[in-house]
Every structure is written in C-alpha cells, then in structure tokens.
Design a binder for this molecule. Sequence first.
Ligand SMILES: CC(=O)SCCNC(=O)CCNC(=O)[C@H](O)C(C)(C)COP(=O)(O)OP(=O)(O)OC[C@H]1O[C@@H](n2cnc3c(N)ncnc32)[C@H](O)[C@@H]1OP(=O)(O)O
Ligand SMILES: O=C([O-])CC(=O)C(=O)O
Length: 465
Amino acid sequence: MFSQSSAVPSAFFKRAASGAVQRRLASTKSLRETLQEVIPRKQEQLKKLKAQHAQTVLGDVKVEHVIGGMRGLKAMLWEASVLDPNEGIRFHGLTIPDCQKQLPTAPGGKEILPESMLWLLLTGEAPVEDQVRGLSAELAVKGGLPPYVEELIDSLPPSLHPMTQLGMGVAALNKESVFAEAYEKGIKKTDYWTYTLEDCINLIARLPALAARIYRNVYNPGADLPGVDQNLDLVGNYARMLGFKNEDLTEYLRLYIAIHGDHEGGNASAHTAHLVGSTLSDPYLSYSAALYALAGPLHGLANQEVLRWQLAMQKELGDNITHNQIKEYLWKTLNSGQVIPGYGHGVLRNPDPRFMALQEFCDSRPELLRSKTIQMVKKTYEVAPGVLKEHGKTKNPYPNVDATSGCVLYHYGLTQFKYYTVIFGVSRALGALTQLVWARALGLPIERPKSLSMDAIEKQIKASA
Ligand SMILES: CC(=O)SCCNC(=O)CCNC(=O)[C@H](O)C(C)(C)COP(=O)(O)OP(=O)(O)OC[C@H]1O[C@@H](n2cnc3c(N)ncnc32)[C@H](O)[C@@H]1OP(=O)(O)O
Ligand SMILES: O=C([O-])CC(=O)C(=O)O
C-alpha cells in the first residue's frame, strides 16, 4: 500500500560520493518513507511535552476570548505553519520568499508547485525535484473521478453556488474512504494515519477534476472536459480541464494554490476540518465541512466579494479612476455599514505577504500592469489603509490575500467570480488535510472545549471578586 517511490535517475547515484550529494540522496525518499521517519520524532516530541510541560501556562483565558471569537487564544496544535501578526505566514519556518527560492517549480516554470508545498507541509522538509515529479505523477494517476460523483455533479442545477457543489462532491467521495473502510473492519490507533494519508492524497488528486467539472457544468455546459493528462502536474491538469491554455494563468494558479494552502490552524476552514476530523470523521467529510466555512464572505468568499465590489466601483466611476474617487467610494461603502472586502484580518497586522507575492507576480508582467482592473486594485491599496485608519474600527487596515487574488484571474479570462472560492478550496486542502494526517499520527483527541453562558461567566466573576 505504501510502496510509492520517486524515480531517481542513475546519473544521480554516480554523483553520490560527495557530502552534498549524500544529503540530496538522503532526501530522495518517497513521501511515505519520509513520513515514516519524521513521525516517530514528532511523536517523541509530543510525548515529552505531555510528560514535562502539561501544566505550563501559555496564556490567560479572558472574558474577551470567550465573547470575541477566541481571537488570539492559544488553544490548538497545528504543525505545518505558524502565523506571525507582522510578518505573516511561515510554512515549517519558511516564509513565502524562502519557499519561492527553495521549492521546485514545474519544468520551465518559475512559480512554486502546489505538490512542493504539500510535501513541505506534510514532512517539514523541502523536497527535491525528483520527489515532486514522483508526487505529481502519483496525483495524476489518482486524479479521475468515480462515475457516481460525475453523475451527482452533473445532476445539480447550474444555479447552485459552485462552492455548494464542491462541498457536496467532496462529501460524496467519502464512499471511497480507505480510512472509514479500515475503521469499520477494526484497525489499531497507531495505524490511523497511514489510511488517513491515503485518503488525503486521493482527495487532493481528485479536487481538480471535481472543480473543473463544476466550472464546465455551470459556465460552459456541453463543452468537452478532458481527462487527467498523466504527464502534467496537478495545476497543469486543472488549468487544462478548466479549458485555459495560457501558461501565465497556469503559473499564476500554481502560485495561488501553493500559497493559499495553509494559514495555521485557527482560520475558520482549517479549524473546521480539524474539529470534524477529531471525531474520526474521514478526510472527505472533514474537508467538505471545511469548504462550507471557506464559503463565508468574511473568509474565502471575500475573493469573490472583492471583485464584485471593484467592478461595481469601475462601473460607477469608469476606467480612469483617481485616488480621490476611490477614497470617496471607500467611505460610501463604510458609511453604508458594509466591510471593505479584502481588507482587515483576524491575526495579521501588516499587509499580507500572500498579497505582496501576488502583486509581485503582476509587477513582473507588463500585460498585467496595463490591466485596468489590476491598476484599480493597486490604487485601492494605496488609498484604503489611510481610509480604514481614519474610520478607526478595524485592527488591521491593510490588504489580505483576497484583495488581489481574483483580479488576475479576471484579467486572464476567468471572469466568473462566483467560482473563485472553489480555487481557494482546491488549495486549502493542502494544509487542512496535512493536519488530519498529523492529528492521527499524534493521536490527538476529539476536540471539545468548554463553553459558558453569560450567567455562568458572571457567577465566576462574582466568585473571584
Ligand atoms: C482568506 C481570508 O479569510 S482573509 C479575510 C477575508 N475577509 C475579508 O476580507 C472581509 C473583510 N474583513 C473583515 O470583515 C474582517 O477584517 C475579518 C473578518 C477578516 C477579521 O475580523 P476581526 O478579527 O473581527 O477584525 P477586527 O477585530 O479588526 O474588527 C473590529 C471592527 O472593525 C471592523 N472591520 C474589520 N475589517 C473591516 C473592513 N475590511 N472594513 C470595514 N470594517 C472592518 C469589524 O467589522 C469590526 O466592527 P464591529 O466592531 O462593528 O464589529
Ligand atoms: O487566517 C485567517 O483567519 C484567514 C486567512 O487569511 C486564511 O485562512 O487564509
């Protein structure tokens, strides 16, 4: 079951004498082999934490945490990434620019491959190119949809939001769950993670075909839908199945999907996957639930909302919009009691480095710099933080990733913005499913925090006064 190994060219072994190559050779293990090595070390680390530091205090629980969405409360274990309010996300310690330097790209490409990010998230190690090619090949082999899922998706009304369809398709795939099947037969707790891993890989492999089928049905009914090409990487296949041949868009999608993959554990989608998974619900059901958290406008759906808002502004004010006009439009939105989509964040207190990475992608391409929509996003960024500071409510007046992600898709012809959160959903699987593997490998328990009523809080306040 766990025999997949990367293809290692023979020339590679001939160079194995030097120390550098030894190190490289050591890292040409398959994903399963790497995890078999990494997991015992992490299990040992957890055992020590439990034995030696179970009572160490990490912070206080205040009334503001209980009534304020648990903001800032340190209450979850999450292995793959940690978010710093000022510098943003680090994946196993690597920033986005570090990942851009260290993680393998597609042949001839420049952007991080989501497979590289998945490998890093799962193992904590940056993969070498052969390992990533092996993983791409495995995902392509496993990328087809079972016929009953195709039939289910084809039977849905095209007016059903693409995110509703994605969640349904992912949930239906649980008929395939090797974890659920093995659990029913009876397996040891220490073996849970291996079956969970297989489900997670299978689900990540199938997401592009599922997401592309939804796109075809909703926006291009009757159009041909190519099968999975065994020679392409995950996003190469996704772009092809969506019907786009533009390599720049494919590269953008690779970057987009890689950097949206994980944002530590407390965000609503990742946390939902973790919570549902903690009941030993299988990865398909856990991730389906996560997708419905992602589909909220304060979370992943904001990328759809940003474009809707920007286009309404463009419609009202025309193409050659000035900074002052944007300022007035921002105030109009705020004064009508709405949020500025794409701005603010639950944790970040600076511009989101994912926003910056996507802006850099635009800056490196003259045709994107000429796009009126992209120019408008940039001008909004130049004005919005000042307006939001003056407005004085949001703790973070800066853009999050959703402020820019959709406008590039729009420029490249993927103009159906109700679809944008589906692309986010293809991406978030990388981190949310990684954590399910780790939760099973570490034997984490069912999540069950204590809740309090207001009366109970007041009673406790009186008792401690
Ligand atoms: C991938 C992602 O999920 S990134 C986030 C995507 N979401 C968005 O872009 C939607 C717009 N942003 C927001 O609504 C918020 O900033 C959130 C949901 C992201 C974070 O919420 P919080 O942690 O509660 O933010 P914060 O503590 O700064 O909120 C304080 C006040 O500022 C308001 N505020 C926060 N952001 C904004 C904004 N962009 N525009 C207007 N008001 C805002 C809040 O609504 C809140 O108002 P209230 O006191 O009347 O309830
Ligand atoms: O971290 C958060 O709360 C929201 C976010 O940016 C993400 O999930 O990508």
